[in-house]
Write a protein that binds this ligand. Structure first.
Ligand SMILES: [Cu+2]
Length: 88
């Protein structure tokens, strides 16, 4: 799964299947971004910010369902960096 952040929208490409899901987070914007996801009531996030043009990776065990992801930097979620991830 590839998730891209820019100002101010989220792009998601690929299909996620239940099990170990590898998320590649790309920052295609001009500002730093980071990544958080609510994985079954537990918030998991990248340990560091991703600079403009950079990327980060997170692998999670996910069951089938719908998950909310967002950028946890102040104000970014409110400005539109939030999306739903479908796992089949
Ligand atoms: Cu951000």
């Amino acid at each position: 799964m590839e998730i891209s952040f820019q100002e101010w929208s989220v792009g998601i490409s690929g299909m996620a299947h239940a099990g170990q899901v590898k998320l590649l987070i790309r920052n295609q914007g001009r500002f730093p971004h980071s990544f958080a996801i609510n994985a079954g009531g537990q918030v998991r996030q990248l340990g560091s910010n991703v600079a403009a043009g950079g990327s980060g990776e997170l692998t999670l065990a996910l069951a089938a369902g719908e998950y909310t992801l967002w950028c946890p930097l102040p104000g970014h979620r409110e400005r539109g960096l939030e999306a739903k991830l479908q796992v089949q």
